[in-house]
Design a protein around this ligand. Structure first.
Ligand code: COA
Length: 206
């Protein structure tokens, strides 16, 4: 029997048992304001970078209480804290802004912070979260947004901010120390176009 004839005579696997071609799942997410019950997931994302990277110079993992306190504080002063959620409800990443220092004279300025779960990086989510933060801050009348980024291994973060109009305004060398080596910081800043007069710390804008 020829090989082709042998193949033809073989029984065929029924359609429902045949291996289906792998379908590519699109990277889908929704961005929404964080709620208190998101904090354990936010903590898990952040603590990965505390342990494994110099994206943050925190050296000790944050506790649940620290995240609950941060959430409550940002809620109290009405600053945006956003999460990106997958269709199955998994928290993929978060973005927040906090007052730039606690001093009242800096009340129109915030510092941003965006962290994605490792598997969610490099797919445009960082950009989407930062765009949403900028829009939310403009709505609130915030005037300046600052990003403080490590000067080593942070190409994605620098690129992300520059793409959205942040401009490098300075560097400080060796101000940080983690994993046995000195780290500098890069400062990027973006002027926001406020829509509403608003300031932090409950004072009216002039
Ligand atoms: C930094 C971070 C938020 C960026 O988010 P991301 O989803 O990975 O980045 P995006 O896919 O949205 O990319 C944003 C832009 O940066 C560019 N970019 C991304 N990674 C890059 C890299 N390694 N080198 C150069 N450019 C890069 C992209 O091409 C994109 O530009 P485009 O919109 O013109 O195509 C994310 O990688 C992350 O969470 N990293 C770890 C934590 C961290 O460093 N947080 C920042 C602390 S300040």
């Amino acid at each position: 029997m020829l090989e082709e004839e042998y193949d033809k005579s073989r029984r065929r696997v029924p359609r429902h048992l045949r291996r289906q071609p792998e379908t590519e799942h699109p990277f889908a997410y929704e961005i929404r304001p964080a709620v208190r019950t998101d904090m354990p997931h936010v903590r898990e994302i952040y603590n990965y970078y505390v342990t494994n990277s110099i994206a943050t110079l925190d050296e000790k993992k944050w506790s649940h209480q620290q995240w609950f306190d941060k959430f409550d504080f940002l809620q109290k002063i009405s600053l945006p804290f956003l999460v990106a959620v997958s269709p199955s409800g998994q928290i993929l990443g978060y973005g927040l802004v906090a007052p730039w220092t606690g001093t009242s004279g800096y009340r129109y300025t915030v510092e941003n912070s965006i962290y994605l779960g490792h598997a969610a990086t490099g797919k445009g989510l960082g950009r989407a979260l930062l765009e949403a933060l900028i829009a939310a801050c403009e709505e609130l009348g915030i005037r300046e947004m600052v990003a403080v980024i490590s000067d080593k291994g942070a190409e994605a973060s620098v690129a992300l901010h520059e793409r959205l109009g942040f401009v490098e305004v300075g560097r400080m060398g060796r101000v940080g120390f983690k994993f046995g080596r000195s780290i500098g910081t890069i400062y990027l800043q973006k002027h926001l176009v406020g829509r509403k007069k608003r300031s932090l710390f409950g004072r009216r804008a002039r």
